[in-house]
Ligand binder design. Structure first.
Ligand code: NOJ
Length: 530
């Protein structure tokens, strides 16, 4: 493994441990289940996906009010997922295959059952009272201010603790009290958590809601424009008092310093901030190395919309910064569902794996799984996200995931959309993902090259990726009609290296004056002079 900022070259893969693979038949995925499938991720050959790192969503002890994002012990493994020994084995086995391991760091809040909170709520005079954010009721007995939970269903971000007569702050469910990062003891306790996992060999952290760690010490109301904004994402133009405070960056710099002591470790931020000028402060400097560009997956299916979004951020980033691009996560609807067709998912995969950034593939995206929300009345998640978290479709009968009763039923398309079936078909999305990742691995232009978008009709997105001696043109057709694109300044022809359509013959020269794309087609073209 190279220590030269490895993450710049990396393709990440997100595993939702509950839903990836179950080894003990209880219907819930676990750490040994992940180990069994590491070869799918990277066995060192193009017959595997070829990813460089996995990001594991939380597997720590938790009452599961927010499926693990409510942690009751930051330094252990929930028995449902296995043991610390299983975790060590996972790290060892992953590293043996050149796969790095990134774990989720949830620092904004704990579970309501965390011993810190139990002690904090036990008495107003408790030594840990100030580890969380407590406030007296408003004069009418209601919550101390107008802050709202990020989850619509949860209403105010405050819950009254009857026993001590004060409200505690929770930016998410009432089961997730927010820590008070202004208390130095909280910082010390969390630093110990960082070291615990770094010492165990993890390669980095995904920082949950990194922008939320600090709140206005005076707990002032949010301005009226955002008083009712329940969305997780910041308001584009109005400063909120409960997120994106400048002091957040002190914590992130502190984290980065600690990572630096370990050499080559890295931090990826979840920062749902819609203003690019503010978002770019979260990566590329002396804080986290990268952060998700969350506007990416919010775009409608339109070439110009993606171009504007990608270029908008690129124009503001520090020159050496790289954003992280994902098409779906455990919070976000899957690509085929969002964009409506498997053909579009192929184009979206090509885009994500060829932009200048760190691509992150959510489990199941490589086979085009769809959202499969449970029937009304059977929902489990507080924020309606079950559909994007169904068990991985390993095979046609679901036994590849579990021999028991799965915690969520698989999608109705299990028999057609599964790894075993797609592995047999060279035309499958799985094969396209493999080709794209391995092509990227071999291309300096895609891994470390420059990016420049080119003028094209609004329903195409066309860009150049260049490194010394290598120039690649990526042209993506966002329509279901043939589309001719003729960006200026290019040689008359180039060699088509890869297409999202199985019926395009690759390895042949194609005219670039114009380049005619088939319906729903994306291509990578090597320019003749490289
Ligand atoms: C963001 C996580 O991705 C989401 O799943 C969780 O509900 C919230 N943060 C709270 O931790």
């Amino acid at each position: 493994m190279t220590h030269d900022e490895w993450w710049r070259d990396a393709v990440l893969y997100q595993i939702y441990p509950r839903s990836f693979a179950d080894s003990d038949g209880d219907g819930i995925g676990d750490l040994p289940g992940i180990v069994k499938h590491l070869d799918h991720l990277n066995d060192g050959t193009p017959g595997s996906l070829g990813v460089d790192a996995v990001w594991l969503s939380p597997f720590y002890p938790s009452p599961q009010a927010d499926f693990g994002y409510d942690i009751s012990d930051h330094q252990a493994v929930d028995p449902v997922f296995g043991t610390l020994a299983d975790f060590d084995e996972l790290v060892e086995q992953a590293h043996a295959r050149g796969i790095r391991v990134i774990v989720d760091l949830v620092m904004n809040h704990t579970a309501v059952t965390h011993p810190w909170f139990t002690e904090s709520r036990s008495d107003r005079a408790s030594a840990k009272r100030d580890w969380y954010i407590w406030a007296d009721p408003a004069p009418d007995g209601g919550p101390p201010n107008n802050w709202l939970s990020a989850f619509e269903r949860c209403g105010p971000a405050w819950t009254l603790d009857q026993a001590t007569g004060q409200y505690y702050l929770h930016s998410f469910t009432p089961g997730q009290p927010d820590l008070n990062w202004r208390n130095p003891r909280v910082r010390d306790a969390m630093r110990a958590v960082w070291r615990f996992w770094l010492d165990r060999g993890v390669d980095g952290f995904r920082i949950d809601v990194a922008h939320r760690l600090m709140k206005d010490p005076e707990l002032r109301d949010n301005p009226p424009e955002v008083a009712h904004a329940r969305r997780h994402v910041s308001h584009p133009s109005v400063r909120q008092r409960n997120l994106d405070l400048p002091e957040v960056h002190d914590i992130l710099r502190d984290l980065r310093r600690t990572l630096g002591e370990y050499g080559d470790r890295f931090a990826l931020g979840e920062v749902p901030i819609s203003d690019d000028a503010r978002l770019v402060e979260y990566f590329g400097g002396d804080g986290m190395q990268t952060a998700f560009h969350m506007a990416y997956w919010e775009q409608p299916w339109h070439g110009e919309a993606f171009r504007r979004t990608v270029d908008g951020l690129a124009g503001r980033m520090r020159p050496d910064a790289l954003p992280t691009y994902a098409l779906a996560t455990h919070d976000i609807s899957r690509t085929v569902t969002r964009y409506g067709s498997p053909e579009r998912a192929r184009v979206a995969a090509m885009m994500t794996l060829t932009l200048r950034g760190v691509p992150c593939v959510y489990y199941g995206e490589e086979i085009g799984m769809r959202d499969a929300p449970p029937p009304a009345g059977r929902e489990l998640d507080v924020d309606g996200r079950d559909g994007t978290r169904v068990p991985m479709h390993w095979d046609a009968d679901g036994t590849g995931f579990t021999t028991g009763e799965p915690w969520l039923p698989p999608g109705p398309d299990l028999a057609e959309v599964n790894v075993a079936r797609q592995a047999r078909s060279p035309e499958s999305l799985l094969h396209l993902y493999r080709r794209l990742v391995w092509y990227r691995r071999g291309s300096q232009a895609l891994r470390r090259g420059t990016y420049r978008s080119l003028d094209a009709p609004g329903d195409a997105f066309v860009y150049l990726r260049s490194a010394p001696g290598e120039r690649l043109l990526v042209a993506l057709n966002f329509t279901d009609r043939p589309l001719a694109v003729a960006p200026g300044g290019l040689p008359p022809s180039g060699r088509v290296e890869l297409s999202t359509r199985p019926d395009r013959e690759t390895g042949r020269q194609a005219s670039l004056r114009p380049l005619t794309l088939a319906p729903d087609e994306g291509v990578i073209v090597r320019l003749g002079d490289s």
